[in-house]
Design a protein around this ligand. Structure first.
Ligand code: 13P
Length: 343
């Protein structure tokens, strides 16, 4: 297969019908925060045991097409010594890797950030591919506030996303391109729409000028919502309508899959909103999920760092994955939450 055919096949498999992506690429600092919320000790081994619990949940490959790993995790193995990459492949799940090194202050724009990680990226991509990764992720962070996001922030981040995506494809790895407009703030849904639209236009302009192959690219956007602290919250119908309008006007039909981040929404909210959008059958791309918190939060809480809770945590995780898969097919309803699935 040519390089482009391989990229296209991987991107299509990542956005396969009925399935979506598990974002398990939390950095050590983010893990510390998430584990801390439930009083779980955060060590290299506890992170390994937690990820092992998720990746070895029987049946998970029915709902999860791909998992995004963190640098530490792609080098780890399960308790029997099987590398996580092999564990995932055996479950029919595509392993991938987050390759940015985080959002740092943007020079001259103290409230905004630029995502770093381009130096040495070509070499790191080759190493990850040798370890078995087949796709990558890079997340840009765009905040809404008084006078921001600036054009400067949007354009520098879009340029970095373009450079990253071109390098990933050169290394035979599908890039997940994630310009995340953060939901914190008092702004209304229309400001979120405006910022997201500007960010997406800029990203696709850069992908085109940096010769990226769109058929081998996955977009990971935020949904268009009111700011978390906005007093008048938009409802599911408005969120679905404005998100689809924005995506239709900004995302070329050549992109095979759009996989939403959950961004701090509750699991049920994220599923309701995804389902409302995915029930529309006139979309040019597959609409799916690449959730972190909305897939993991309840399983992490159930696990609590205690080996005795592994079966219950697996059951919780499988349920969440099944609900999210239903949402991805446009068939989710909150009533389904009460149906339990034995592991
Ligand atoms: P959330 O779904 O928790 O936002 O995480 C997805 C992700 O990978 C953000 O980069």
């Amino acid at each position: 297969m040519t390089n482009e055919k391989k990229l296209e096949a991987t991107a299509n498999a990542m956005s396969a019908k009925g399935k979506g992506i598990l974002a398990a690429d939390e950095s050590t600092a983010t893990c510390m925060k998430r584990f801390g919320e439930f009083g779980i000790e955060c060590t290299e081994n506890s992170r390994r045991l937690y990820r092992e619990m998720l990746f070895t949940t029987p049946g998970i490959g029915d709902y999860i097409s791909a998992v995004i790993l963190f640098d530490e995790t792609i080098r780890q193995s399960d308790t029997d010594g099987r590398r996580f990459v092999d564990v995932l492949n055996a479950a029919g799940i595509i392993p991938g890797i987050k390759v940015d090194t985080g959002a740092k202050p943007l020079a001259g724009a103290p409230e905004e950030t630029i995502t770093e990680g381009l130096d040495g990226l070509r070499e790191r991509l080759n190493e990850y591919r040798e370890m078995g990764a087949r796709f990558t992720k890079w997340r840009a962070v765009i905040r809404i506030g008084p006078g921001i996001p600036s054009r400067y922030c949007i354009e520098t981040n879009a340029h970095a996303l373009g450079r990253y995506a071109a390098l990933a494809q050169e290394a035979d790895l599908v890039p997940i391109v994630e310009p995340e407009v953060i939901w914190n703030g008092e702004h209304d849904i229309h400001r979120c729409r405006e910022a997201t639209e500007n960010a997406l236009h800029s990203v696709f302009e850069q992908l085109a000028s940096q010769r990226c192959f769109l058929e081998g690219t996955i977009l990971k956007p935020n949904m268009i919502t009111s700011g978390h602290e906005c007093p008048a919250q938009a409802d599911t119908d408005e969120i679905a309508e404005l998100t689809l309008k924005t995506l239709r006007s900004c995302v070329p039909a050549a992109v095979p899959g759009i996989a939403f981040l959950s961004g701090g929404q509750s699991s049920e909210e994220a599923c309701q909103r995804l389902s409302a959008m995915a029930s529309n059958d006139l979309l040019p791309w597959q609409l799916t999920f690449s959730f972190g918190r909305a897939l993991q939060r309840s399983a992490l809480q159930t696990w609590g760092g205690n080996p005795a809770n592994v079966p219950a945590a697996r059951s919780t995780f499988l349920h969440r994955a099944r609900m999210t898969s239903m949402a991805r097919m446009g068939k989710y309803s909150p009533n389904m939450e009460r149906e339990s699935v034995p592991v």
